[in-house]
Design a protein around this ligand. Structure first.
Ligand SMILES: [Zn+2]
Ligand SMILES: [Zn+2]
Length: 356
């Protein structure tokens, strides 16, 4: 595979400004590979980078972290992977030697950084990744499914933190792509019933069609907390997964969980958001709250297995495929039209493709 010197990339130059530019193809170190990008899923984090809410100190930056592609070049020390291999990469990088890394908690590493969030990512024709981060894409898996491994790994990570058991009641607040994925993973975990709380009708329809939702609660029509209690013998749910990211919905999570139950904090709020928690209840109810920030390590292998063997089919979430030049429009579309779900950016594409 011949690699050119320059490539097309979408660069966030300052908050609210994105430019399609010709930039140098990243130089590959001895332990890195260069991946020719096939697909990148747009994530809420990309919107936060574009608007300046996140990673503003890293600009100019090429975002993009839910990606798949084909190895175009490999450094001299790279073993086990070769040019032409279809891959994705765990975006979470750390020092591997500190207190946290040695305990398998790389997300807490002082040197923790993510590809496409803190260093250049995949909204470009090529992206550089350390070979140690690579995962092979199974034969027959589409590049869109492969680009979905990253977000699915985040859902799986949250479930491992909560340790949801068979037959337990689970409430998921929020029907974003990941909220809907949580319903799917909850079903695989054996949860019953699975209750989804969401106000978006189109997303609710998709979630129900995907077959893992037992009860749907529209909080604009009913008192969601009262409804959850009604569905769980008056107790509240065994587990509540907050997947919206507002103080209001976090407050609801505390009122929906039963004594002795567990809340999974997943939705990302504003950086300074807080909620009042009744500490008396917290102690007497023996509540558990688990935070969960990203899928790492084996979460990626688990996500690959679920997609490879058809345990999860995310196709109903896939709205559009667009060329790199349309990324900024796609970001704006996602900010204004909540009926659009996952959009993929494909550098080799010349025009927009409607997927669902
Ligand atoms: Zn993401
Ligand atoms: Zn470390």
């Amino acid at each position: 595979m011949t690699v050119p010197a320059k490539m097309k990339a979408a660069v966030v130059t300052k908050p609210g400004e994105m430019k399609i530019m010709q930039v140098d193809v990243p130089a590959v170190g001895p332990n890195d590979v260069l991946v020719k990008v096939k697909a990148t899923g747009i994530c809420g984090t990309d919107i936060s980078i574009y608007t300046g809410k996140y990673s503003a100190d890293k600009l100019p930056l090429i975002p993009g972290h839910e990606f798949s592609g084909v190895i175009a070049a490999a450094g001299e020390n790279v073993k086990g992977f070769a040019v032409g291999d279809a891959v994705t990469a765990d975006i979470n990088m750390s020092c591997d030697g500190c207190f946290y890394c040695s305990r398998g908690r790389k997300l807490m590493c002082p040197q923790f950084h993510q590809l496409g969030i803190h260093v250049h990512g995949s909204y470009a024709e090529y992206v550089k990744a350390p070979a140690a981060q690579l995962h092979r894409i199974p034969k027959g898996m589409s590049f869109e499914h492969a680009a979905f491994i990253e977000p699915l790994s985040c859902s799986i990570h949250a479930f491992k933190a909560t340790d949801i058991t068979i037959g337990s009641s689970v409430v998921i607040i929020g029907a974003g792509g990941l909220g809907i994925m949580h319903t799917q993973v909850a079903k695989l975990r054996g949860a019953a019933p699975i209750i989804l709380v969401s106000r978006n009708q189109k997303r609710n329809e998709i979630a129900v069609k995907m077959g893992a939702v037992d009860f749907l609660i529209d909080p604009t029509k009913v008192d969601a907390v009262a409804e959850v209690r009604k569905l769980t013998g008056g107790r509240g749910a065994d587990y509540v997964i907050e997947s919206v990211g507002t103080p209001e919905t976090y407050g609801q999570a505390f009122r929906m969980v039963r004594p002795g139950g567990s809340i999974a904090a997943f939705g990302i709020t504003e950086g300074d958001a807080t909620i009042p928690v009744n500490t008396f209840d917290l102690v007497l109810s023996e509540l558990t709250v688990t935070g969960s920030c990203a899928g790492v390590g084996t979460d990626w292998q688990d996500a690959i297995a679920l997609l490879q063997y058809g345990r999860i089919n995310p196709d109903p979430l896939f709205s559009l495929k667009v060329p790199l030049e349309e990324l900024e429009d796609a970001l704006k579309l996602l900010m204004t039209d909540k009926n659009i779900m996952k959009i993929f950016v494909c550098p080799e594409l010349t025009e927009r493709v409607v997927m669902a």
